[in-house]
Design a protein around this ligand. Sequence first.
Ligand code: SAM
Length: 426
Amino acid sequence: MNVADSYRVAAALENLGYTPTNLPKEADVIVLNTCVVRESAEQKAIGRLTTLKKLKDNNPSLVLSLMGCMVGIHDPVALRKKYPYVDVFAQPSDPGPLINHLQGKNTMHAEYRRVVDILDSEFAYTLPTSKEATTVSAFLPIIYGCSHACSYCIIPLRRGREISRSPHEILKDARALAERGVKEITLLGQIVDRYGQDQPGYPTLDQLLREIHQIEGLLRIRFLTSHPNWMTDAIMDTVAELPKVMPYIELPNQSGDNTVLRNMRRGYTIEKYMRIIEKIRNRLGEVSIATDIIVGFPGETVEQFENTVQVLQELNPDMTHLARYSPRPGTYSAEKMEDDVPPEEKMRRFRIIEKMQETFSSTINSTYLGRSVPILFEDKSKTRWRGRTPTNKIVFVENDIDLRGKIRNVTINWAGPWSMLGEVEE
Ligand code: SAM
């Protein structure tokens, strides 16, 4: 989501005549787009802000903008005090305050626009021209914010309540991306399957997918992140039926223990989660399943962690996004629950699952050996092209011809846990 938000700002800056540079000391404007989902991400942003202060001291005409979840959706009074050298504070997704500032409009308070205005504003979710020639796969947010309130998650506090973008705006952006050469679009939402449910008259995710499927030039469509309570039969049917919608489902379970899930306020049991996975696999056949797991949630005992290990053995996921629990200010778990799993124990649990995932991925990927798989190629580094299978696995091939943005059948001849090698078929 931050990648898409950053391109949105970059494109808006381009409209004002700015061009990109890789060297911060050459820049007239620097935007630091921030994530605070875990403390480590926030610390990284604070570190960068400190480095940028030196640049600003040396070059007072440099415009510095702090954007994203570190700023949040309310006027960041404390941040303004703490970082007086930052010129513009902007909430997630909103290029407005920076563009106004650069145009000499002082809009200190109007900066905190209604979220709906930010979503369907004059700023499209598009690519800056500097990225046009190289971006095969782009992200397109379709829902802003989240209303679920998992006990550990800071996102609803920083990105606000869930608001679906209008289908008209989404289709306009998707068509524009396709016209700029994008071949694959990933639709984004914190609970993407809930698309449209907060706005009367909007289509559902499966209906939206059908509309996007008709866009000429697009070759592949993905969507994430799903939630066990909102994944519907209609969504599964749409993935099964539409050739451009890829068989890749990100459905986090977060824990394999029902008490921990209740404390996380996830709203489902692990039995329900596994029933949905079974249904997805029965309906879609070869499908890639990705999950998210948090280890060391407050009160998570060794037995409860072992339950997660057992569930993962049964789930056999293609990918696990793993995190060690990090208390975030303002969340229920940070305010009311003790962060009582010591860091070394969180690390031990993390490493166990990391190792397990390596084995799952090796075994799953080895089933691709000798098979012919349609790969959409994205990029070349040195002599190797990098592309993805429909199930979102990375494949490299050595080839001199220009494969960017093309789908070619590839015979897989080597498979490791994190990538595969193959040869383009004649
Ligand atoms: N919205 C999706 C969901 O609820 O399943 C996932 C998106 S969330 C922004 C990305 C991941 O960050 C979560 O799935 C969770 O595993 C992780 N995460 C969120 N808050 C966290 C925290 N306080 N500590 C550690 N990991 C966290």
